[in-house]
Design a binder for this molecule. Structure first.
Ligand code: PLP
Length: 399
């Protein structure tokens, strides 16, 4: 029989997952994996939150059906997303919330919406950004361009360059991707004043903000992390927000996220909402129930909600503590190298400023795995192994 699949070429491996495979195969006794994008606790595990365990016990008892959810997901889940992301900032008849399989699902639905409803349109992304952003946009047929973000020292935000690119390179009506907080991969977020300038520029250029909100609670706190988003929403009538509970609920594999579309009025919202539902229907039909039901169960219950907030706070503080400890240990054990530029960075990731060659040396000599861009998963560090890590970093900086 004629073969059809013999001509298919191998897809390139996923850069970060490939590093994890190499890490697993590495026999060095003191190896450390600082490459992957998941939270780890002091014992190196990605834990199930206690509030999630309790909610799951409750669901196991109380759940009566595994019947399909509606195309837009669980109503109580959608209400909680609405209040976590927007508070009472925007009139609720202007917002459509659809539960999606993770933040990635939300970004993909958003991309297809832009392509099918607003074409021709390009989306502007920060340089650098999460590697999956351009990949998702490409897969959906959405052309993307980049605006400058990092300063030449690779450790701070060049807001003037960012604003200049948004002012001079974009065309009115195009989309702009913004990270609401805990910018991935740099950990560098705009200050509240910089957010005001960004919001003004977005409004003046009539850009449609697509805000990726994957780390709410990992920066300065659940409410504080929405300040940039709210500043943008105060300046514009229309926006799309893609949220995720992968990190702040530790629900990575349950695929829990949402796309939130803000329109200028209720009629415009309803039309866009109907198109979003069509996109969902032809992709995965309707979202998975379990993860959304966990989030709704926790947030429906005041004591579980309190427990969740304190567990998020614990994760946030652990990351901050590790970042500070790394900077201090670099000063002492790390032979006086000054990494204090990491201190204002927020979220799970930090841009270390290490070059691809230094990253490579860390891997080969010490079994310390970080991403080629120099992005370190701070949550992957370990208090007890900090001196080893800092000695290794100091040694590649000096070689
Ligand atoms: N956006 C950013 C910037 C991310 O880093 C991630 C996860 O790594 C996501 C979105 C989506 O995550 P998920 O699809 O697991 O919810």
């Amino acid at each position: 029989a004629a073969q059809r699949l013999g001509t298919v070429a191998m897809a390139p491996p996923d850069a970060i997952l490939g590093l994890t495979e190499a890490f697993v195969a590495d026999a060095k006794p003191n190896k450390m994996n600082l490459s992957v994008g998941v939270y780890k606790d002091a014992s190196g595990k990605t834990p199930i939150l206690e509030c999630v365990k309790q909610a799951e016990r409750k669901l196991l008892e109380d759940e009566t059906t595994k019947g399909y959810l509606g195309i837009d997901g669980l109503p109580s889940y959608r209400e909680h997303v609405h209040s976590l992301v927007f508070g009472d900032r925007v009139a609720s008849d202007r917002i459509a919330v659809l539960q999606t399989p993770g933040g990635t699902g939300a970004l993909r639905v958003a991309s297809e919406f832009l392509v099918t409803q607003l074409a021709p349109i390009r989306i502007w992304m920060s340089s650098p950004t999460w590697a999956n952003h351009p990949a998702i946009f490409r897969a959906a047929g959405l052309p993307s361009e980049t605006y400058r973000y990092l300063a030449a020292d690779r450790t701070s935000l060049d807001v003037d360059a960012m604003l200049q690119d948004l002012n001079e390179k974009t065309s009115p009506g195009e989309a702009v991707l913004l990270h609401a907080c805990c910018h991935n991969p740099t950990g560098i977020d705009p200050t509240p004043e910089q957010w005001k300038a960004i919001a003004e520029t977005v409004a003046k250029r009539r850009l449609l903000p697509i805000v990726d909100f994957a780390y709410q609670g990992f920066g300065d706190g659940l409410e504080q992390d929405a300040v940039g988003l709210h500043t943008v929403l105060d300046a514009v009538d229309e926006a799309i927000v893609c949220t995720s509970f992968s990190k702040n609920f530790g629900l990575y594999s349950e695929r829990v996220g949402a796309i939130c579309l803000v329109a200028a009025d209720s009629d415009a919202m309803k039309a866009s909402q109907s198109q979003l539902k069509t996109i969902v229907r032809t992709n995965y039909s309707n979202p998975p129930r379990h993860g959304g039901a966990i989030v709704a169960c926790v947030l429906d219950d005041p004591s579980l909600t309190e427990m969740w907030k304190s567990e998020v706070e614990e994760m946030r503080q652990r990351i901050t503590r590790l970042r500070t400890q790394f900077v201090e240990t670099m000063k002492s054990t790390g032979k006086g190298h000054d990494f204090s530029f990491l201190l204002p960075q927020r979220g799970m990731f930090s841009f270390s400023g290490l070059t691809p060659m230094q990253v490579d040396e860390l891997k080969h000599k010490f079994g310390i795995y970080i991403v080629g861009s120099g992005r370190i998963n701070v949550a992957g560090m370990n208090e007890n192994k900090m001196p080893e890590l800092c000695e290794a970093v100091a040694s590649v900086l000096e070689s």
